[in-house]
Write a protein that binds this ligand. Sequence first.
Ligand SMILES: [Zn+2]
Length: 355
Amino acid sequence: MKNRILSISLAVLMAASISSCGNTANNTEVSAETNATSEASISSAEGSDAEASDVSAASSESADSKRLSIVVTNFPEYDFAHQIVQDNADVIMLLKPGAESHTYDPTPEDIITIQNSDMFVYVGGDSDEWVDDVLSSMDQSNMNIFRLMDAVETVPEELVEGMEENEEEESGEEGESEEVELDEHVWTSPVNAMTIVRKMSETIETLDPANKDAYEKNASDYISELSDLDKEFQDVVSSAKRKEIIVGDRFPFRYFCDEYGLSYYAAFPGCSTDTQASAKTIAFLIDKVKNDEIPVVFHIELSNEEMCSSIAEATGAKSELLNAVHNVSDEDFKNGVTYVNLMKHNVEVLKEALN
Ligand SMILES: [Zn+2]
């Protein structure tokens, strides 16, 4: 798998250096909402003939050529970068809205897009493991790489009582399966999100000093929104009857729960690739819900919700979405939904679940 990606990326880079064009239409459709940004990319892609650039680029050709291009792998990164730059730079999300983030694989076009970016943002965990191979095949001398897991303190995925153990020890990779798996979902804590936005903004400001003031202001506005969100969570938890949540699904909320002092039970640690829980795991969670009189069981976004529904049916608890903000639906993306919007939903469902 790694070799395959590496050979694809090398082939693609050779092709890229021959055609030396901009972002491809494939990615630009994702960034279409960022106003004028996509037209600039489309006009510079494929052939770059004069007709293509007439309409969109004519008025701001020189400005467009200097626009900062930021390529990100998932939605939280997209939202943070987009909040900082707004209309002053292009932000391109490689993951398609609505797509599963853990099984994403870059296309050859994606690799060209990364190569041509001014700044590349990725998580640095299990789900974008492919990045290391892709980056190692590129000339990184002019690349600015921002890794979310370097921006904040990380903790290992935690196996709590009742969880399914990850069954990834497929024989062959001796030693590797023993490695501690760091939890990649650093963004699920709004406090981490504040740190990430601040550091991301500092990097963007150095790359595009002409717009420094705008970036600083946008970042500080968004950080204050995040700070209000953080206070809302603190208030909900401090006045709550219980400090325990049950997630009948994968569990990407370690940083979130640590931040607010919540204990938790869930079916799988982190975002395990397993999706079928054993009868024993489900039985354990059902008992927990009954014994601790938990009113709401959570599932995560873009989940089949099966396990959560079974637990809810067996216990009479409600099934609700606790959003880990890996990605958003196509519709939400088009409507400009933000991390803060999605987290506000969590504030409301958490009120129910903890009382
Ligand atoms: Zn995940």
